[in-house]
Design a binder for this molecule. Structure first.
Ligand code: UD1
Ligand code: UDP
Length: 367
């Protein structure tokens, strides 16, 4: 059996890596990887950490390109790869534009699609944008839905998918985390090695398209006010390479000593940093899944989330993007020890670290 993994961005790489490693142990399956290169530097960081050398690289990256360009270049590039390789199954992970376009390319060739991290839904087609649509569009052409949780499976059942095509596997993000987080970790980075982690060190990430503009300005100005008012607070913000995000980050934070704007971190330092900070403020999907597993409270700066498991377990709180909500929630988490302790409990609603093995077992059986 030939399996082709297709991925294009940082989070897809991190969450595919455990499956690629697992499949390489199985004699019955020939596996190949194709990266679209929707991300470049941020994807290459992941390939290096997990020691993955892609068989195909569509190299579609161009700074600031539109969703249409990503979609059409992926479709055209994959057509050639699929004609040459003729895989039995194409695996995609998550909800990026690479995922949707790759699944569609496979469908056009009547190649079976396995969708890893299937069934996540926020209920709002514009938030996250365009990811909610990407997930739904991918679902339509998917033969095997690998749903991380029961809630994700239920979302698919509600949309009419056949129960026999849905498998609950956990999320491979937890497999990756188990591999990366170490009790003692040296960053080899002057800023990160010299911060006093007994202070109120907060990790911040933000990149979602629906937060560009006013919501992101609100989030960053609320964080700025907290830093100005509280001398014990240090913010570490590995800034996404998107120039829109970088411009707003620089506007609010470049003159603040206790806000450390750093380049995107490779996955090992990033996950170990998450393990050391007091709490996390983020609009990231993956970070929302990782932090609860490490017992770190998460303030989710979005209006909707498809990851309700962390919210229901009260490790994560959905705080929106209004200035006063963001400010008040950060202050509460800093000042209210009871609230902090309630949120700082390690839970694993997203998986037990064996998702990759489960997925590969299923692929072996279904073929
Ligand atoms: C993409 C995904 C999003 C995912 C995120 C993970 C889509 C539509 N969006 O968003 O779902 O949460 O990746 O990070 O699929 N850039 C670089 N180098 C890189 C990566 C990005 O310079 O390695 C810059 C470029 O200017 C690029 C811009 O960031 O044009 C945006 O990249 P893009 O892949 O279009 O969207 P993301 O915001 O990264
Ligand atoms: N991450 C990383 N370096 C960083 C920021 C994030 O390695 O500087 C990892 C993080 O651990 C998680 C993934 O990237 O696994 C999340 O990616 P991102 O927030 O870009 O995308 P999303 O998950 O929102 O799609």
């Amino acid at each position: 059996m030939k399996v082709l993994f297709v991925f294009g961005t940082r989070p897809e790489g991190i969450k595919m890596a455990p499956i690629i490693k697992e499949i390489q142990k199985r004699d019955k399956i020939e596996s190949y990887t194709c990266v679209t290169g929707q991300h470049r530097e941020m994807l290459d960081q992941v390939l290096e950490i997990f020691d993955i050398v892609p068989d195909y690289d569509l190299n579609i990256f161009k700074k600031g390109q539109s969703l249409t360009e990503v979609t059409t270049k992926t479709l055209l590039g994959l057509e050639k790869v699929l004609d040459e390789l003729k895989p039995d199954i194409l695996l995609v992970q998550g909800d990026t534009t690479t995922v949707f376009a790759a699944a569609l390319a496979a469908f056009y060739k009547k190649i079976k699609v396995g969708h890893v991290e299937a069934g996540l839904r926020s209920g709002n087609i514009y938030s996250p944008y365009p990811e909610e649509a990407n997930r739904k569009l991918t679902g339509i052409v998917t033969n095997f839905h690998f749903a991380p949780t029961i809630a994700n499976k239920n979302n698919l059942l509600r949309e009419g998918y056949d129960e026999d095509s849905i498998y609950i596997t956990g999320n491979t993000v937890i497999d990756a985390l188990k591999y990366s987080v170490k009790e003692k970790y040296e960053f080899g980075n002057e800023i990160l090695d010299n911060i006093d982690y007994n202070k109120d060190v907060i990790l911040l990430t933000s990149h979602r398209r629906e937060n560009w503009g006013e919501p992101m300005e609100n989030i960053f100005s609320a964080v700025k006010r907290v830093v100005e008012e509280r001398e014990n607070v240090e913010i570490i913000f590995p800034v996404h390479l998107n120039p829109i995000v970088r411009e707003i980050a620089n506007k609010y934070f470049s003159d603040l000593d206790r806000v450390h704007l750093i380049e995107p971190l490779s996955y090992l330092p990033f996950s170990n940093l998450m393990n050391k900070v007091k709490f996390v403020i983020t609009d990231s999907g993956g970070v929302q899944e990782e932090a609860p597993s490490l017992g770190k409270p998460v303030l989710v700066v979005r209006n909707e989330t498809e990851r309700m498991e962390g919210i229901e377990a009260k490790t994560a709180k959905l705080i929106g993007t209004e200035y006063s909500d963001v400010y008040n929630n950060i202050i509460s988490l800093l000042d209210d020890k009871k609230l902090y302790d309630e949120m700082a409990k390690a839970i694993n609603p997203y998986g037990d670290g064996n998702a990759a093995k489960k997925i590969v077992d299923i692929i072996e059986k279904i073929h």
